[in-house]
Design a protein around this ligand. Structure first.
Ligand code: F3S
Ligand code: F3S
Length: 105
């Protein structure tokens, strides 16, 4: 799977959403998250993010390694909706993100 990391927080450019062929990039309150089971690893989202927040799971910079779990665990209670457009914006974030002070990225 691909992973969205810290640079997305409070930026949410959403260019990635338009590129994803399977609509598996879901919006939380402060950042977006890639669904690990729905992502087909096409990689289309990675180059379009203006703040370079998106990485293949094996290439996530060490300082943002926790964001692998943040993306996976974000869906623990949500499950697999099968498309982000129909569910809209979630009004919460993974605890790792929710705990960040404003402008910590
Ligand atoms: Fe975030 Fe970059 Fe997508 S800022 S919403 S990961 S284009
Ligand atoms: Fe979509 Fe990016 Fe995965 S475009 S399929 S989230 S690699």
């Amino acid at each position: 799977t691909y992973v969205i990391a810290l640079p997305c927080v409070d930026v949410k450019d959403r260019a990635c959403v338009d590129e994803c062929p399977v609509d598996c990039i879901y919006e939380g309150e402060r950042m977006l998250y890639i669904h690990p089971d729905e992502c087909v690893d096409c990689g289309a989202c990675e180059p379009v993010c203006p703040v370079e927040a998106i990485y293949y799971e094996d290439d996530v910079p060490e300082e943002w390694a926790d964001y692998y779990r943040a993306n996976v665990d974000f869906f623990e209670e949500i499950g697999s909706p099968g498309g982000a457009a129909k569910v809209g914006v979630y009004d919460f974030d993974h605890p790792l993100v929710a705990a960040l002070a404003p402008n910590q990225n």
